[in-house]
Design a protein around this ligand. Sequence first.
Ligand code: SAH
Ligand code: SF4
Length: 387
Amino acid sequence: MSTTNLLQFDRAGLVDWFAAHGEKPFRARQVFRWMHQKGVAEFAGMSDLAKPLRAWLQGAARIESLPVLTEQRSRDGTVKWLFDVGAGDAVETVFIPEAQRNTLCVSSQAGCAMACRFCSTGAQGFSRNLTTAEILAQLWHAEFSMRESLGLAAGERAISNVVMMGMGEPLQNYSALIPALRAMLDDDGYGLSRRRVTVSTSGVVPMIDRLAADCPVALAVSLHAPNDALRDDLVPLNRKYPLAELLGACERYLAHAPRDFITFEYCMLDRVNDAPEHARQLVRLLHNRFPCKFNLIPFNPFPQSGLARSPAGRIAAFAQILVDAGFVTTVRKTRGDDIDAACGQLAGDVQDRTSRKPARASTSSAVPPRPVIPIRVEAASPPACPT
Ligand code: SAH
Ligand code: SF4
């Protein structure tokens, strides 16, 4: 008989699973805390559970993380794991330490079907959705291995922020995403406030509305263009959900998340979307509409993209137009430079064995987006998350 991996549940799901086996809700809560607060994976170590319950769990359940293919540590403290998710697929997770917070960048899918032109994950095509257990396993592994390597005292947390900005489009994997987010927010789980958990989306409008109702965490929207013609080209999903619809969804989202703002990510592509006129169009599009911030991401080139990174001066001029119009604007800074290339290479080695459907012809790189953090372009209080 195969056992049930308890990492697949949020607390309510675990309560239900316990109830289906005639066990009380508070038992589920105890196990949830052992798993997510203490990182205990063996039922034998759950000392406040009665012996017969431990024995039954040993036969019926397991707490199973993901096999680590590689772990790389940068000189700047950034840590990258490549996890094996089976059938030749692998996903990456990145720990980014900063003075005020430690952020974990988590993957939601193996590959991605959205085929954004500037994205190497998109160039790989889509393989499959991760399960809730596979999403949570990334956090579980990172949290408890970093507690150990940072030498944290019992109960001290290693990760203060989670961003769903790794591989994949999280809102295309909604049913697995929501229990994972709930476990992140749960006081018996990781206890993160909803402003410290960010979902980044290329603009899956109906799912933005559902997220608002089900779990209104911080929202980052990958905008990348100030008009439909250009966005249709860079983010093909725009042909289905054009800017007017996307911005309408953002507005509705904020009605569920008072005092919040939308973070617009904007990948800076040389002579594609980085002209001063593009910045002015953004200002016209978003001025006095709803609270929002801009996060400009210098493009990380990959082979066959046919795109180049905007020069620093052009990014600064673009940012200045947004700042002058009153928008808080950050420019992300690449982290973990010294471990990026090799790690991307390893991901490629694994992913080349897959039977994944290619999103576009003539793309061979499997290098995922580099981990990035913001630097301030203008003086203001630091953002709550790195988006
Ligand atoms: N699918 C989601 C989240 C994962 S991508 C989304 O698109 O929002 C996380 C961020 O990395 C997105 O803003 C994406 O546009 C950006 N990104 C993708 N490829 C990049 C590249 N080559 N250089 C810089 N940023 C990139
Ligand atoms: Fe997918 Fe996001 Fe990459 Fe677009 S930018 S292809 S949505 S991972």
